[in-house]
Design a protein. Structure first.
Length: 253
């Protein structure tokens, strides 16, 4: 059935939020204020990101860890695999101590995006989610860590961590959707199939494109969870309406 966009809305929203996280991370290093400006403007469009990347690539210190981190953030929105490949060229120990949690957060998100859940778990387990200096990004960090746990055998711990999240005023809607996505993974892993299906239905009611997070092959979701998400999609009125519209359009061609 059609109706799921190639890049799902939830993925775009999370990447946009992560761009904000890096701006905050680089702000901790006073010498990087120029990078902050590039990143904040680059969140607006692919063209702006390409322009910012070109500027960073042209700098003499393009391969310095802090610049690699900034470039990986810009790449993440349009080419997550390239972003991950770039970020993996620098050992974690080479990053400033004040940035290591933020680098691990990006790594965990990128690993989850390509279905490398065990690598995501390794990165997530190094993050101090309750670092008092990172209150601004705790909700996003907790959601990412919870997904890594939920998909690698710690669903109860994932659900417990999700319950501690307090949504910030800014970007609350996107984060709430991301948290619901993680609850699906956690409840499915905990053999709570009924509650997992309910969460899927609520995601579909928001926008059926949210189900792409469980159906697109790059995420490497468990086959039984894919089957459950597809069943919800096929029965959803919005998806059925979109399918009929597509069928009419094809007949008119």
């Amino acid at each position: 059935m059609g109706g799921i966009k190639k890049k799902t809305l939830i993925t775009i929203a999370v990447v946009t939020l992560l761009l904000g996280v890096v701006g905050w991370a680089l702000l901790q290093l006073r010498k990087q204020r120029g990078l902050i400006g590039l990143l904040r403007g680059a969140a607006d469009s692919p063209e702006a990101r390409r322009d910012a990347l070109a500027k960073l690539d042209a700098q003499k210190d393009a391969n310095e860890p802090v610049n690699v981190f900034a470039r990986a953030q810009l790449l993440a929105a349009d080419d997550p695999k390239a972003a991950l490949k770039l970020l993996e060229t620098v050992p974690m120990s080479k990053f400033h101590a004040a940035m290591q949690d933020d680098v691990a957060l990006l790594l965990a998100q990128l690993y989850l995006g390509v279905g490398r859940t065990q690598d995501a778990r390794k990165a997530a387990d190094t993050i101090n989610v309750d670092n008092p200096e990172r209150k601004e990004v705790r909700a996003m960090a907790a959601a990412i860590i919870s997904e890594a746990w939920a998909r690698t055998g710690k669903p109860k711990e994932a659900l417990a961590l999700l319950d501690t999240i307090e949504l910030p005023k800014k970007d609350a809607a996107q984060l709430a959707t991301q948290i619901r996505v993680v609850r699906v993974f956690a409840k499915f892993a905990a053999n709570q199939r009924g509650p997992a299906r309910t969460e899927l239905q609520q995601l579909a009611d928001e926008d059926v494109n949210n189900l792409g997070r469980f159906l697109m092959p790059q995420f490497r979701v468990h086959p039984e969870l894919q089957k459950l998400a597809r069943a919800v999609l096929e029965q959803h009125p919005q998806a059925r309406a979109m399918s009929k519209q597509q069928a009419r359009s094809q007949k008119q061609r």
